[in-house]
Design a protein around this ligand. Sequence first.
Ligand code: GLN
Length: 231
Amino acid sequence: MIRIGVLALQGDFAEHVAVFSRLGVEAHEVRLPEQLDTLDGLVIPGGESTTFTRLMADYALLEPIRRLAEDGVPIWGTCAGMIVLARQASHLPRPGLGVMDIVVERNAFGRQVDSFEAALLIPVLGPEPFPAVFIRAPIIRQVGPEVEVLARLPASATGRAYGASLDGGTVVAARQGHPTGVCLLATAFHPELTGDPRLHRYFLALVEAHRQPPRRPFARQEAEKGAKGTP
Ligand code: GLN
């Protein structure tokens, strides 16, 4: 049975857990480093990225989650979670995970009142548009060579082309995979709020495809590293 973790420091983790449960998959709230050890996939939900980065540092979660990403365990960041995954994010006072080769702009559409819903075409999910809820959402301004763009928001959805430096519309969903050894998914919007489970299913398919033999617990890896360092 697949084990999905949802980072539960703040934000809408409960909604993600509920969608996975509806799909018949065990999803666990994660607050401590040791809870990462047995996961096959991790979701970093929407919320407030400044709070996430502060709490992730306080709870010593940054390094073990980076390690998880490097081990090829799929990680999906939605909205604030996407900001935390990014190599670079605008106006983020503390470092995030920095594991995904994207540059994001926080609050790119404006303030809370500028939140909106759009029918988004996401070709990997099929022809039916996805109901995407954008709440003080970030956008992806740049993608690295290993990053595949999964969805663009057309200017007609908001009346403005945000991040127009990327051809053909604002990038709001992307994936980074092989050959870089990681499996990362980023969505600027909130797929857990609309009752359409296709992105959760898509993430589960990535998790299935990347499933690996059980890993050694992070604490043990650290201990081994320490032991190697002693003469
Ligand atoms: N504006 C938030 C941030 O910068 C993200 C909002 C969200 O996750 N819905 O972290």
